[in-house]
Design a protein around this ligand. Sequence first.
Ligand code: FMN
Length: 198
Amino acid sequence: MKIVGISCSPRKGKSTFYALETCLQATKEADPKIETTLIELSGMKISGCIACGKCTKVLECSQEDDFPKMIPILSDPELAGLVVATPVYFGSMTSQCKALLDRCVMFRRNGFLLRNKVGGVIAVGGARNGGQELAIQAVQAAMLVQDMVVVSEGQPTSHYGATLWSGHPDGIEKDTFGLETARSLGRRVAEVTAKIHG
Ligand SMILES: Cc1cc2nc3c(=O)[nH]c(=O)nc-3n(C[C@H](O)[C@H](O)[C@H](O)COP(=O)(O)O)c2cc1C
């Protein structure tokens, strides 16, 4: 069982990476049979979908950027779940995240390859309440149209996903509440993954 986490921050190794790493660590601890991989979009060039229609016929993209590297990872039959982590930009996901999700239309068009994969979402904002839940819901909407199984961050809070605050005066490492939602999301992803794919 493989879980792939994708950090959609344009900044490598920053707060969104930290939040995702925390989440995936909890996934592995909850179920050692799960293998996790963390991918950062930072440094990758993934343009928006140009609606050329090529992927309506074949699992290929006409654009020559870094997205084709993601195709074997996301169409791997052993993939059991996906955790998407995004900074909050103007109350939603980053444009890097949106471009990635739009390009994933190819998996829907070629047999719903993401169907029944577990979907968890993390949003990191500069403000404690800067639109994390709005950003999460936008990502979850894209997961739903792929027939993914979207999960909350599980107990004890069980709301919309992991919501972190990078603007904490002492750094995201001190955002106790947010980090706990990242960990509980990781555990929830592991739990549902085992039920569906174990
Ligand atoms: C263009 C832009 C828009 C932003 N909009 C918001 C916002 O609406 N709400 C918020 O809480 N933070 C906002 N931020 C702050 C980022 O969400 C925050 O710095 C985040 O931690 C960045 O993640 P990173 O450290 O992984 O790059 C914005 C930052 C930028 C650059």
